[in-house]
Write a protein that binds this ligand. Structure first.
Ligand code: HEM
Length: 490
């Protein structure tokens, strides 16, 4: 006679076998990929240290389009320029969904832009782009704010008097202050504790989103909601950010002039007022909180980390740093205030910034999409609702499009006469209808911050310190190892 534990074990084995067969059956219609196992899917096939090579290695075994299972949910990975372009450019309209996972659902609730889909996404995105343009994105107004912030950053660096310092805090602060100027209409001083807490929260989320705790939350949400762990801290960070933004909104309500909106929140509050009787309007307080959060979440870490990489590459390649200094000296008059237009007469500096973005590839695999219709990709039938992972790293390092894909080489963006040019395979901001909403703002920030710093300082490592350009591994983000640097007045 079998005991209760043997019966339970037999039932469990039957259940696992049944699940395994179900997964095999479901895999039949999908692109090939590692065999999915019950509960964990094909996560077992990922390297413990996930990096920009992981998917490319799998593509060598399974092809340019393959299936990875997260638990019992299939995800289609696209590798290389042709596959990513076919999905995000040729089928752009059908690729505008963002997959909802338990963690995203619990924290973002399908609101805002970054994690929204369908009508909410369309309305919020279109309106936000319009307001950003009104506020001067791509024009002088916003550029002036960035120049001011660059000046604060230079001041911070100058005060260190060439001593070793960590550039990460002042850079994060300056970049966050640009977003603050856009959405709140003002900047925060370096010692504002509440603002600091919010920035730290954004930083924490950037590292948490691709972490094992986040994956565990999405696989076993009911269990994880009960357990302690970094997911609890992540939820707390989101709440802190929302609280901070709600306070700003309340103070705007008291002071705003409806005829003369000054910042994003002013415009949005006016839009809520204007559309309050429209039954299909999605303009409300909650969406305002989430859109504002999205600007900070999507716009601060990405830009700051790119700048951190840029300074690190300058130290790693002193000859390239010297060439930039020479170009700036030859072209710009003394005490010239850098503006975005200057990029046209500084092709080498512009090429270096693009090359930093290409090689640093701060969002390791790009952002996930959800198919809105049945489509055909690379000859495979992909069903509506499928999750798509465009492996942007594989495009930025695609050997068919870059001469020395793994090597830092500004010539990737220069023609034989030294003129700047950009390739289609340069897509750190994504492509298609969901391309980064802040692309123009980010490009202006990167150019003005980086060029202003290079105009003022020569960067080098403290004596005896070794340059390490290996990224910190452990998530889907490519972040440099923490470092100290000396900013020597130039
Ligand atoms: C170097 C800096 C930046 C990089 C590399 C970057 C990259 C990206 C990428 C890859 C996406 C996803 C696109 C896709 O789904 O295919 C994205 C989305 C987004 N970015 Fe950026 N971004 C940067 C800066 C900014 C800034 C400064 C803002 C501020 C407004 C911003 C706001 C957004 C928003 C709101 C989205 C969501 C767009 C949507 O889902 O429709 N980003 N970004």
């Amino acid at each position: 006679m079998w005991g209760i534990s043997q019966l339970l074990a037999a039932a469990l084995i039957c259940l696992l076998v049944w699940q395994f067969l179900k997964l095999r059956w479901a895999s039949r219609e999908l692109p090939p990929g590692p065999i999915p196992l019950p509960l964990i899917g094909s996560v077992w096939r990922l390297d413990l240290k996930f990096n920009q090579e992981t998917f490319t290695k799998l593509a060598k075994s399974y092809g340019k389009i393959f299936t990875m299972w997260l638990g019992h949910r299939p995800m289609i990975v696209l590798n290389g320029f042709d596959a990513v372009k076919e999905a995000l450019v040729t089928n752009s309209e059908d690729m505008t969904g963002r997959p909802m996972t338990p963690f995203v659902d619990d924290t973002m609730k399908g609101k805002g832009i970054l994690f929204a889909t369908g009508h909410i996404w369309k309305q919020q995105r279109r309106f936000s782009l319009m307001v950003l343009r009104n506020l001067g994105m791509g024009r002088k107004g916003l550029e002036y704010r960035i120049q001011q912030e660059a000046w604060h950053l230079i001041d911070f660096f100058s005060n260190e008097k060439g001593k070793p310092m960590s550039p990460s805090f002042p850079i994060f602060y300056s970049v966050s202050n640009v977003i603050s100027a856009v959405v709140f209409g003002h900047r925060f001083s370096y010692d504002d504790e509440k603002f600091k807490e919010m920035i730290m929260g954004v930083d924490f989320m950037f590292h948490f989103m691709p972490s094992p705790f986040r994956i565990a939350y999405d696989l076993f949400p009911s269990l994880m909601r009960l357990l302690p762990g970094s997911h609890k801290k992540a939820i707390f960070c989101v709440e802190v950010g929302h609280k901070f933004i709600r306070e700003e909104i309340r103070s705007h309500e008291k002071t705003r002039d409806p005829i003369d909106p000054q910042d994003f929140i002013d415009y949005y509050l006016e839009q809520i007022e204007k559309t309050k009787d429209d039954p299909i309007s999605t303009f409300d307080y909650e969406n305002l909180v989430h859109v504002t959060t999205d600007f900070f979440a999507a716009g601060t870490e990405t830009t700051s980390v790119t700048l951190l990489w840029a300074l690190l590459y300058m130290v790693a390649y002193p000859d390239i740093q010297e060439k930039i200094h020479k170009e700036l000296q030859d072209v710009l008059p003394p005490f010239h205030k850098i503006c975005y237009e200057d990029r046209k007469r500084l092709p080498y500096t512009n090429a270096v910034i693009h090359e930093v973005q290409r090689i640093a590839n701060v969002l390791l695999v790009g952002s996930f999409r959800e198919c809105q219709k049945d489509i055909t990709l690379q000859g495979f039938h992909i069903k509506k609702g499928s999750i798509i992972i465009p492996d942007v790293a594989s495009v930025l390092y695609d050997p068919e499009h870059w001469e020395t894909p793994r090597q830092f080489n500004p010539n990737h963006f220069l023609d034989k006469d030294g003129n700047f040019f950009c390739k289609e395979a340069f897509m750190p901001f994504g492509v298609g209808h969901r391309i980064c909403l802040g692309e123009r703002l980010a490009k202006t920030e990167l150019f003005i911050f980086f060029t202003s710093l290079m105009q003022t300082f020569k960067f080098q490592f403290p004596e005896g310190a070794k340059v390490n350009i290996e990224p910190k591994v452990g998530g889907l983000a490519m972040v440099p190892q923490p470092y100290n640097i000396c900013a020597i007045p130039y």
